[in-house]
Design a protein around this ligand. Structure first.
Ligand SMILES: Nc1ncnc2c1ncn2[C@@H]1O[C@H](COP(=O)(O)OP(=O)(O)O)[C@@H](O)[C@H]1O
Ligand SMILES: [Mg+2]
Length: 397
């Protein structure tokens, strides 16, 4: 029914109760497991499959997006599916099978419902007690996937047990990637060996020396109503990197960060459209953008973003921005899924001779972090001076 790579067959034919897919980035884990589950549901009747992510924003940016992609690209699958309910996030097959996408607050919450198949997507973000309750209520088979940037409960309690198969994959097993995507993943080798080991080879690593550890998760609604909007940071990308935008607010001596854009392939008119669709008042916002692209900044200004300015640049600007960020508690909205992932991987470069962290960050996992740096460096000193006001409520919605 699908075009697929080797990982599909390995998962499809596995007779294990629990199939663990550890792997580097873009090895095709999520895509393959979803294809296997669609396939298995199409061959049975009245079975339930639950796909679980750590929260809904993560599911929407990950497994659910891939599932919709698979669905939209297969006429055969479309003919087997009766409906997709967007608000409930459920695919319903004509044969009575369903595939649902869910996240659970805690283990009590995970006691609700039963299923035949379970897929734990990016399991490192899901607490073991939740998995235990889900697994207890899974009749046929469970699939788990994750990037191994640290050991966690899957390594301690699942791998090596009877009935468990471990599949390790990396981008080389995914035939659907472009060469430039592979080159980018392999390029981590020059930047940081530990990141390369995890993301290019799927080997269990230990990402240490994180630059920003002063972070806590919050909901968008938790940003205090009177929080001061400091600015919207932007980084430009096109073919291989995303264009990103992150809003920065200040309240009660803490910073609040909210990712509003993360997408590849956007032209400047696309960016304009995207940001206006998200907020009709977007052109009124103070924006601080990557100074390496003066032409894009000027074009966005002409498209209506009158308050856009280039990020300050100097030999020490990266460190200066980081030093400001380290002074604050950083409240990161749950929907900032890419920023969250970057914060877990943004680390100091290691000195190759001494093996010690330097005071320069690795130039990776910074598409969303750089824009935050731009905002605090350009705008925070002025915002901290007395007599300036701009409430969140007057700028958002
Ligand atoms: N069977 C497939 N058919 C088409 N594209 C695929 C297939 N498998 C993987 N891909 C492509 O590769 C990308 C990476 O796969 P993904 O499953 O997200 O990797 P991982 O979960 O291992 O990080 C997907 O976004 C998709 O574009
Ligand atoms: Mg994945």
């Amino acid at each position: 029914m699908f075009k697929s790579g080797r990982l599909f067959g390995d998962n499809y034919h596995s007779a294990a109760d629990t199939v663990v897919n550890q792997g580097g980035t873009s090895s095709g884990k999520t895509y393959s497991i979803l294809q296997v589950l669609f396939q298995k549901l199409s061959e049975r009747t009245s079975k339930v499959c639950t796909v679980v992510g750590q929260d809904i924003p993560n599911l929407k940016a990950g497994a659910l997006r891939d599932a919709l992609d698979i669905y939209n690209n297969s006429e055969e699958l479309k003919s087997l599916i009766k409906s997709y309910n967007k608000s409930e996030r459920i695919f319903e097959f004509h044969n009575g099978c369903v595939m649902e996408f869910k996240s659970y607050e805690d283990s009590q919450d995970a006691k609700s419902g039963k299923r035949d198949f379970l897929f734990l997507n990016e399991a490192q973000g899901i607490p073991k007690p939740i998995y235990d309750e889900l697994e207890l209520r899974t009749k046929e088979q469970a699939f788990i996937d994750y990037n191994p940037n640290a050991e966690f409960w899957v390594h301690d309690d699942i791998i090596g047990k009877s009935g468990v198969e471990l599949l390790i994959s990396d981008h080389r097993q995914n035939p659907f990637l472009l060469d430039k995507q592979r080159a980018k993943i392999e390029g981590l080798k020059e930047k940081d060996l530990e990141l390369w080991k995890v993301y290019a080879r799927g080997k269990t690593g230990k990402i240490e020396g994180l630059v920003l550890r002063n972070t806590v998760l919050c909901n968008y609604e938790d940003i205090p109503a009177g929080a001061r909007f400091i600015g919207r940071g932007m980084d430009f990308g096109f073919t291989n990197d995303p264009t990103t935008a992150v809003d920065v607010y200040l309240s009660g001596g803490e910073l609040w960060l909210d990712e509003v854009l993360y997408e590849e392939g956007l032209t400047n008119p696309d960016i304009h459209r995207r940001l206006l669709a998200e907020d009709p008042a977007a052109t009124l916002k103070v924006m601080i953008a990557d100074s390496a692209e003066p032409k894009s900044i000027e074009e966005l200004r002409r498209l209506g973003f009158r308050l856009i300015e280039p990020a300050l640049k100097g030999p020490d600007s990266v460190r200066a921005g980081i030093e400001i960020l380290q002074r604050y508690r950083l409240n990161v909205t749950r929907r900032s899924v890419h920023l969250r992932k970057e914060l877990d991987n943004y680390k100091w470069k290691v000195d190759r001779t001494t093996g010690k962290p330097t005071n320069e960050p690795v130039d990776a996992f910074n598409h969303c972090i750089d824009p935050v740096r731009y905002v605090v460096l350009n705008k925070l000193p002025a915002a901290l001076a007395p007599r300036r006001r701009s409430a969140k409520s007057s700028l958002v919605q």
